[in-house]
Write a protein that binds this ligand. Sequence first.
Ligand SMILES: Cc1cc2nc3c(=O)[nH]c(=O)nc-3n(C[C@H](O)[C@H](O)[C@H](O)COP(=O)(O)OP(=O)(O)OC[C@H]3O[C@@H](n4cnc5c(N)ncnc54)[C@H](O)[C@@H]3O)c2cc1C
Length: 418
Amino acid sequence: MSNDKVAIIGGGAAGLFASCRLIQCDIIPTLFEPNQLLGMKLGITGKGRCNVTNNCSVSEFMESIVSNPKFMYSSLNRFTPADTMAFFENLGVPLKTERGRRVFPVSDKATDIVLAMKNFIVSNGCRIISERVTSLSSSDNRVTEIKTNRKTYPGFDYVILCTGGLSYPKTGSTGDGYKLASSLGHTVTDLSPSLIPLECYEESCKEMMGLSLKNTGVKIIDKNSGKIVYNDFGEVLFTHFGLSGPTILSASTHMYPMEPKRYSVSLDLKPALDHETLDRRVLSDFGKYSNKVITNALSDLLPSKMIVPFVDFCKLPRDKKANSVTVAERESIVCGLKNFVFTVKGFRPISEAMVTRGGIRVNEINPNTLKSKKCDNLYFAGEIIDVDAYTGGFSLQIAFSTANAAAMAIKDEIDNKN
Ligand SMILES: Cc1cc2nc3c(=O)[nH]c(=O)nc-3n(C[C@H](O)[C@H](O)[C@H](O)COP(=O)(O)OP(=O)(O)OC[C@H]3O[C@@H](n4cnc5c(N)ncnc54)[C@H](O)[C@@H]3O)c2cc1C
């Protein structure tokens, strides 16, 4: 058992994971976490099911990282998604892989992931201090004291700072870590929301609120450059303010800088059908329902909540009979099905983002060890670092791989000393 003292600041996904990995190396850390509940955000991930990682190769993983993928190369290779799966299975949480290679606990309970780590660290004697770290003192490029809202704790040999980002502040991630790191000479890049729903101008979103579309084509067009900045298929959800759902959240990572009216979202409601096939399909439905109004004749093609907003989008009278639709009008319907457009007003507030874009500048951190280049005994892990990725279990894997790298680097330093 090592006598070296390791402090972990933040008992979220990265902090819990770093604690487990250190304990597995016979190093018992002290964990600072102000919440009575450890891993509060982890407990609500994946709509309460926790999409714990993505069961893909490291090279595929790298393609899903939006900011600073190169920084992640070393720690991801050292601790891969397969390693994460083995880790949780060993802790007694069976996992399953679903669509898009998203990995969840078989129980569908995020709390099983939290409890497995919590029980492991508590049963191995990890000291948990339920206090908020308010400042870090340093001397000779080393953290010498950790001050909390109650006390001062001197004498830690190593400190891992993993206080998360700015999103969902009720879970504890209020951005404290950025100030703590800045006080030690680190740079914090611009912080903004990522994996965030979009507010749109169209009132029709409200009418379609609650409607969730699977297998929808999503293109994001930057009107300033005319370029398509994102193009994928997946799930889209209409809300009272605009658009959400996994594909929209991933698309949001490409909408920078965000400016009102700059981006439009084009939905392909029938991505499996080309223009001609779709035209034949509309013609056939209009033949089948020839005496009905188009809002009824479209009932086989579209969910009922969408029909009126869609007909309005095509600028057709709602009470037009199917048998009186002209070729040009049918063409506008087919074009609308392939290109149902919404204009983006802006992002929802950062408090509603799944992750924070930006963080501690990566060139101030060693990517192999996650050790600060500004402070000799300081390490980083998790969302506090300027790395972000798509939805699909990538953010948690980033937290686990970086936490593992920091824990293993501390273990190596201790081994080399002794
Ligand atoms: C609703 C939602 C769903 C999500 N679902 C998924 C998903 O299914 N899959 C996925 O991969 N990612 C998901 N994410 C993203 C993922 O949860 C985060 O990226 C991940 O939790 C980051 O881990 P972290 O340890 O860096 O930060 P956090 O988990 O936020 O933990 C940081 C901890 O630090 C503590 N802390 C803060 N300040 C201090 C301080 N001053 N002193 C001491 N402690 C402090 C906080 O209380 C908190 O417990 C989701 C996010 C949200 C908001």
